[in-house]
Each structure stands twice: as C-alpha cells, then as structure tokens.
Design a protein around this ligand. Structure first.
Ligand SMILES: CC(C)(COP(=O)(O)OP(=O)(O)OC[C@H]1O[C@@H](n2cnc3c(N)ncnc32)[C@H](O)[C@@H]1OP(=O)(O)O)[C@@H](O)C(=O)NCCC(=O)NCCS
Length: 166
C-alpha cells in the first residue's frame, strides 16, 4: 500500500470514498465530501493524503486550526475515511502517522480533532486537555503535540469544517 499526496485526478475517487465511508455513520449528515472540496477551494487543504492499493482505499485531510491560547501552528485532522471492507487493518493509522510526520517536518506545534477516542487514542492522541470546542463533550476532543506544549482554549477549525459544526 502506498500513501501519497492527492493529485487532481484523485478528486472524484476521494469524494466517492468519503461519501461511502461516512454513509453508515449515524453522526454524519453526508457533508464530508463537500467539506473536502471546500477546504481545497479555500486553500485550507494543508495536506490531503491518499492510501492506494490498485485504487484509492483511504484518505485523510489536514487543515489549519486556531486555538486561542496555543503557541505555534496547529492543524485540524479530518475528514478521514477508509473503505469499509478495509477498515481495522491499520490503514487509518498509517494515513494519520504519515500526515503527522509531514506536519512535524513543517514545524507544526500539533494537531487537534473531534471524533471517537477509541479510534484516535491508539494513534497517540489524548482527550485529557484544557481545550473546548463549541460546547462539545471534551472526551470527543483530542490533540497530539508534535513540537510544543499542550494547547488551551477554544478551537476554531478551518471555515469548511466549522460549517459542519455550527
Ligand atoms: C475511522 C476510520 C478512518 C479508521 O480507519 P481504520 O483503517 O479502520 O483504522 P485503524 O485500523 O488504523 O484503527 C485505529 C484504531 O481505531 C480502532 N477502531 C477503528 N474503527 C473503530 C470503530 N468503528 N470503533 C471503535 N474503534 C475503532 C481500532 O481498533 C484501532 O485501535 P487498535 O490499534 O487499538 O486496534 C475508519 O473506520 C472509517 O473510515 N470510518 C468511517 C468514517 C469515519 O467515521 N471517519 C472518522 C470520523 S471521526
């Protein structure tokens, strides 16, 4: 399996993969493919990585995030998708680790996300923090420091992601 940055020919495959992966998720309103397109259009798609094995079987997006009381450059992770029949084989972890390595090389302070702690804690994220996001239960807010100290305060994701969480 190859992990590589997206190319323009991948946009449709990324949309289809994301739509299908999120379709069974009760928390999803089906907006994730549009979010990726909006991040790209706004110049906020800092990293868009695909996992390829004959075809595209996984994708992850990273975009800039602002945190009120944090030093350095922080990034938000998501959306992330792995094809349903390929989940729980470590592909999501490989996508995330590759993205975090690339962010670390750019000098990023760290990465934040909202999601299922059972998925992201094994990848090295923690939900023990002083972060807030739009009244969300803090256990669903996770971060990993790459080159800095633990951040504090309210998170503002890139506008395309904020629209998903009014
Ligand atoms: C979330 C997702 C990207 C994870 O990709 P993946 O390739 O299955 O992840 P991995 O195999 O690397 O697993 C990472 C960890 O998450 C856990 N995990 C994966 N899916 C899980 C699930 N549905 N429920 C609970 N834990 C889960 C794994 O057990 C693993 O932990 P472990 O190392 O202790 O076993 C994938 O399940 C997916 O596409 N889901 C649908 C879309 C979605 O929900 N995206 C995330 C929104 S927050």
């Amino acid at each position: 399996m190859l992990i590589r940055p997206e190319s323009p020919q991948d946009h449709k495959a990324i949309r289809d993969l994301t739509r299908d992966a999120f379709a069974p998720m009760s928390f999803s309103d089906g907006s994730e493919p549009d979010i990726i397109d909006q991040l790209r259009k706004a110049g906020d798609l800092t990293l868009s990585l695909v996992a390829e094995q004959d075809e595209i079987i996984g994708h992850v997006a990273f975009s800039p995030a602002k945190i009120r009381k944090a030093k350095g450059d922080w990034y938000g992770l998501g959306p992330i998708s792995v094809r349903a029949d390929m989940q729980r084989q470590g592909i999501g972890t490989k996508l995330v680790q590759t993205g975090l390595d690339m962010l670390r090389k750019k000098g990023a302070a760290g990465c934040v996300l909202t999601g299922n702690p059972d998925v992201y804690r094994p990848m090295g994220f923690t939900n023990e923090h002083a972060l807030t996001y739009s009244g969300l239960n803090p256990k669903y807010i996770l971060f990993i420091a790459l080159n800095g100290t633990a951040p504090k305060g309210e998170i503002n994701f890139a506008p395309a992601l904020e629209e998903d969480h009014p």
